[in-house]
Design a protein around this ligand. Structure first.
Ligand code: PMP
Length: 436
């Protein structure tokens, strides 16, 4: 049996229906921006393998640092023990983060980083109440979140995500959340009214800053968001920025929150944290959050942790990725991709004849909808676009009819042009139905 047949017999893939799914492609190696399959076909990875790969696949420097770390310490329990890679990573990350952050809590992935953030925020209020009155229930228990948001697949992360096809089977098990639309100049006053009414019962506000990823690469403007954040902060609500996707340069800034007027109290990171090589999550918090957990009362401990918390190899990979990210040439690459995207976008935007909607861009991310009457994740056009793109040697994975690119930073101008040409072709093909 070949790899594909062996896979079919034993593997259950994420986000993949068993029926009607196209055959999985066995990938045997990666190099830079390319993935190579078992038959020797090369695919340009235009979406950074689910938005994780920053500096290209199998980067020799990160690989070397991982190897060295694996030879000296591969894993150790992180309660009662510590190690240099975890400490160094926290020391280097904290001053880079958008705000005055004081401590790093490690976990395993994006979902756990948001799960930890939500639990910390809820217990922050619980601890404060217990210290003040001895009560074991907090007055602030609700979470505020955006419609169309996505924060992960574990139960807490699902609860604070929009109710969607991803969560449909679990709705009765998800806790209640106050959902509001992302802010615009038009709806701002109604959102502020929600804060005025519900504010005193809300523990935390979780948001993907400026760009909702899995919800369809939807952008919202910083102006109204600044006004909303100001009101949320005034109401004493803790702000959690989920930068799992937007972190580490994707939006043109090192973090998307840097483009907002007010910093979060908690920030969640994963994906690009290790350059996309190892699973690792970070939840960073301000001194005020830490303070609420400083009690001598043992019940006010944050009782949360994972076997692989702060895995040394993952931390070493993150340190190596930071080295690369902090080279001036990396920020130059991000600026280069940003300006190439901007040029392509202006070409797209002037052509009214194209069957696309909402062409948009934020930094290295570019997106538009194919105008096919059905704006939803389950739109079958995604599968057919992926198939056509693969045949052209490029890997795309549209979110329903939302086509987007988010390439690794090592992409060249010629490779970007190849992607743009493919996007042109895909759009034109959908405009011209095949001859019967
Ligand atoms: N938050 C955001 C904004 C994300 O985009 C994702 C993943 N797409 C997650 C959380 C969950 O991350 P993970 O898949 O690593 O659990």
């Amino acid at each position: 049996m070949n790899l594909q047949e062996r896979d079919k017999a034993v593997i259950w893939h994420p986000f993949t229906p068993f029926k009607f799914a196209p055959d999985t492609i066995p990938i045997v190696s990666g190099k830079g921006i390319y993935l190579t399959d078992e038959s020797g076909n090369r695919y340009l990875d235009a979406i950074s393998s689910w938005w994780v790969t920053l500096h290209g696949h199998a980067h020799p420097y990160i690989a070397e640092m991982i190897y060295k770390q694996a030879l000296s310490l591969e894993q150790v329990i992180f309660a009662g023990f510590t190690h240099r890679p975890a400490i160094e990573l926290a020391e280097r990350l904290l001053p880079l983060l958008p705000g005055a952050f004081s401590k790093i809590f490690y976990s395993d992935n994006g979902s756990t980083s948001t799960e930890v953030a939500v639990k910390m925020a809820l217990q922050y209020w619980w601890n404060k109440e217990k210290s003040a009155t001895g009560a074991t229930t907090a007055k602030r228990k609700k979470i505020l979140a955006f419609n169309n948001s996505y924060h992960g697949d574990t139960f807490g992360a699902m609860s604070v995500s929009d109710r969607s096809v991803f969560t449909l089977a679990f709705h009765d098990k998800l806790f209640e959340v106050v959902f509001i639309d992302t802010p615009t100049h038009e709806n701002l006053s109604s959102l502020l009214a929600v804060i005025a009414e519900e504010g005193p019962t809300i523990a935390a506000f979780i948001y993907e800053p400026l760009l909702q990823g899995a919800g369809g690469m939807k952008l919202y403007a910083s102006g109204p968001m600044n006004a909303l954040l100001a009101e949320v902060k005034k109401a004493g609500i803790l702000c959690i920025a989920d930068e799992v996707m937007t972190g580490f340069g994707r939006t043109g800034n090192l973090f998307a929150s840097s483009a907002l007027a007010l910093p979060p109290d908690i920030i969640c990171l994963s994906k690009g944290l290790t350059g996309g090589t190892m699973a690792l999550g970070v939840t960073a918090v301000t001194a005020a959050v830490v303070e609420a957990f400083q009690s001598a009362d043992k019940l006010q401990t944050f009782f949360h942790g994972h076997s692989f918390t702060a895995n040394p190899i993952a931390c070493a990979a993150a340190l190596a990725s930071l080295d690369l990210l902090q080279e001036p040439s990396c920020m130059e690459s991000i600026d280069f991709i940003t300006s190439k995207n901007r040029d392509y976008l202006s070409r797209l935007s002037v052509n009214n004849a194209l069957p696309i909607k909402n062409p948009r861009q934020l930094g290295t991310i570019l997106a538009f909808e194919i105008d096919c009457g059905n704006d939803e994740y389950l739109n079958d056009i995604s599968v057919s676009l992926t198939r056509k793109a693969l045949a052209a040697g490029i890997y795309l994975r549209p979110l329903g009819n939302t086509v987007y690119i988010m390439p690794p930073y090592c992409i060249t101008g010629d490779e970007l042009n190849m992607i743009y040409r493919l996007l042109d072709e895909l759009v034109l093909e959908t405009a011209t139905p095949p001859a019967k």
